[in-house]
Design a protein around this ligand. Structure first.
Ligand code: SF4
Length: 402
């Protein structure tokens, strides 16, 4: 297989045969013993045949590439004919197929699963995301190539690679295993040449620049991934009580917003701004008027600007409710918050606000007063900062994973 790297055309080595060949200490004895060499050779061939044709796979599928992996295992391509089956446990598998984007939150789990696979074991990075992070490699949450956390034997390029490409990858792996068992020690394969263009902040597995202590750091982080205490956890508070009486409302929504909820402007191209102290009361009123479904709670950070378009730093929380059934209507509003200010939770009114508010807290840093479980939901608990704030550098390092 040839890949281009700039102007030159390079051929990827099928296996690293430049390394010193390995000779078992008993090989000489076996070869000198009459008859034994023949038996040993035949037996070894039989075992190698068995090994290479029973590579059970652990499907580390995380995104779109995993669909191709599933297709590869289905009847049209039928990987079973190579003796390759997918298993649901790492403890009974030989090959981990990493098919999809690996995020910083997943990385400790991937590492843990890899460590649980018995030796000898191999890894195939399937698709650009697993190989290098692809489009997302500079994103705060993505591991820029799975070979920064475990040794990869075969890279299957593509976005996504089709099932036939995966099958070709397995054939390459079989050949590497055959070479290794024939005494030609094959080194773990380094990233394809195209990856020279994308240097991750963490050196890849076989990169001479890789810090040897990184492996221990990653193992340690994987071991304690779920033990970190939540940061900035808020005390549990009682959710606001529900209204039991349904008010009769004959006014249009606009008039109600102006009269009862302190709305001064009703822009045509944006949701009206409601004072933060009226936020829950408005949600409650709307719910009782039939707006029974919470559509979204989304926070946005606006950085301070100077000059002609000067603006103070602020946060906006946009919410929307809708009626259900035919002719559904939508009611949306915004709440503006100064840095450090908080907003009351809607969890007491809408159960679905729970995870939506947690997400906004996690990614933007808006605090929801009275939320019963205000913890991170997307990022690891140990994450520092809120990645969707305007002042957050999107390629911020997150050792030991990126
Ligand atoms: S390489 Fe392409 S198809 Fe595969 S997970 Fe990434 S974006 Fe999806």
């Amino acid at each position: 297989m040839a890949v281009t790297n700039g102007a030159s055309l390079r051929r990827l080595p099928l296996a690293d045969e430049s390394a010193l060949s390995y000779e078992h200490p008993l090989l000489g004895t076996v070869l000198r013993t009459p008859g034994l060499s023949l038996a040993a050779t035949s037996l070894d061939r039989l075992l190698t045949w068995g090994l290479t044709n029973s590579l059970w796979m652990f499907p580390m599928g995380t995104s779109c590439c995993a669909i191709e992996l599933m297709a590869a295992a289905a009847s049209r391509v039928d990987l079973d004919r190579m003796g390759t089956i997918l298993r649901g446990t790492p403890r009974q598998t030989d090959v981990m197929i990493i098919a999809g984007t690996i995020t910083v939150k997943m990385a400790p789990r991937v590492k843990t699963l890899w460590e649980q696979m018995p030796e000898p074991k191999w890894a195939i990075a399937m698709g650009s995301c697993a190989i290098s992070g692809d489009f997302y490699r500079n994103l705060y949450s993505v591991v820029p190539g799975v070979d920064t956390i475990l040794p990869v034997d075969v890279y299957v390029p593509g976005c996504p690679p089709n099932p036939e490409a995966l099958m070709h990858g397995l054939l390459r792996l079989q050949e590497k295993i055959r070479l290794a068992r024939a005494g030609k020690r094959t080194a773990k394969e380094y990233a394809p040449a195209t990856l020279d263009l994308t240097r991750p902040s963490i050196a890849r597995w076989l990169d001479p620049a890789r810090d040897p202590s990184l492996e221990l750091q990653q193992e340690d982080a994987a071991l304690h991934a779920t033990e970190a205490p939540p940061i900035e956890a808020t005390p549990t508070a009682e959710p606001p009580a529900r209204l039991v009486e349904v008010p009769v409302e004959s006014r249009p929504l606009d008039a109600m917003l102006r009269d009862d909820f302190g709305v001064t402007e009703l822009p045509t191209d944006a949701a009206p701004i409601v004072p933060v102290e009226r936020h829950v009361a408005l949600a409650q009123r709307l719910r009782d008027l039939g707006y029974a479904q919470l559509v979204y709670v989304v926070a946005t950070h606006f950085a301070e600007k100077t000059g002609a378009k000067a603006q103070a730093e602020r946060f906006e929380v946009a919410c929307a409710l809708r009626t259900v059934g035919k002719g559904s209507r939508l009611a949306a509003w915004r709440v503006v918050l100064a840095p450090g200010a908080s907003i009351p939770t809607l969890v007491g009114l809408f159960a679905g606000a729970d995870w939506q508010e947690r997400e906004q807290y996690d990614l933007v840093g808006v605090r929801f007063e009275g939320h019963p479980d205000l913890r991170r939901i997307m990022m690891p608990e140990t994450w520092v900062g809120h990645p969707l704030r305007k002042d957050y550098a999107s390629d911020t390092a997150c050792p030991p994973w990126r």
